[in-house]
Design a protein around this ligand. Structure first.
Ligand SMILES: *Cc1c(COP(=O)(O)O)cnc(C)c1O
Length: 232
């Protein structure tokens, strides 16, 4: 099985990007928010480098990858050519990949345990890099999903800041698929507010306009830009 669609199956991401940007602007207008208050993170797992180049040509500058290994094969060449691009890790991270993650990413959205925070902190010191981080919150308490529980999020955020000297920007969640995401947005917003955090990463292709109306500052949109994926 080929995880990457054939080029002919893939739409031009310029069209998807234009549609998603319009939908973001409309959602901002409905919510009385500035369009510039929402960052679009193009979720580019399984998208090959030529698809990413088309998105960059269409003006996209922030991307999210799920897997460190995949990012390693795609991104060094893109970064060399387009130094202004910003790369986020949006998938789960194993501590033994902390070195590569610190080297590759500008923002790590999936910090969900203190051992990982410690590993990232060590690598930051070693490499002299400071990727910013988000704490991933498992708002639906789904056992198969990464993320700290909402109750334990505060202690983890404090430990990231005080013990591990990480730049915590905010929080991220992936609501359960079969439920209304709205209560999950609310849970995430509460965690952010009580910890004085400005960034709320929530909303994907199916729900990003709703997420914006509930305060999302970062939406992670993949298939609405790049077309359906065969896997993941
Ligand atoms: C793939 C992915 C997205 C984007 O999903 P789409 O439904 O394709 O928009 C967002 N967040 C995470 C963590 C993902 O893995």
């Amino acid at each position: 099985m080929n995880p990457v669609p054939e080029p002919t199956d893939r739409p031009d991401p310029a069209e998807g990007l234009a549609a998603v940007r319009r939908a973001i602007a409309d959602a901002c207008a409905r919510a009385g928010r500035e369009p510039g208050s929402v960052s679009l993170v193009a979720a580019s797992k399984t998208v090959p480098v030529d698809g990413l180049e088309l998105a960059v040509a269409a003006g996209q500058s922030v991307f999210g990858e799920n897997r460190v290994q995949e990012a390693r094969t795609k991104w060094p060449q893109l970064r060399a050519r387009f130094p202004e691009l910003e790369l986020h890790l949006i998938g789960p991270l194993q501590s033994n990949k902390a070195r590569d993650a610190v080297a590759l990413f500008d923002v790590i959205q999936s910090v969900d345990r203190e051992s990982l925070a410690a590993a990232l902190s060590r690598e930051c010191a070693r490499q002299g890099r400071r990727p910013r981080i988000l704490v991933q919150v498992n708002t639906g308490a789904e056992p198969q999903k990464a993320g700290v529980s909402p109750e334990e999020a505060d202690a983890l955020i404090t430990a990231c800041r005080r013990t591990h000297d990480l730049d915590v920007l905010g929080v991220m969640c992936i609501p359960p698929v079969a439920q209304s995401p709205v209560p999950h947005y609310a849970t995430l917003a509460k965690v952010a507010a009580r910890n004085g955090l400005a960034v709320l990463s929530m909303g994907m292709s199916g729900d990003f306009t709703q997420a914006i109306e509930h305060g999302a500052t970062h939406v992670r949109v993949g298939s609405a830009i790049f077309g359906a994926r065969n896997i993941r």
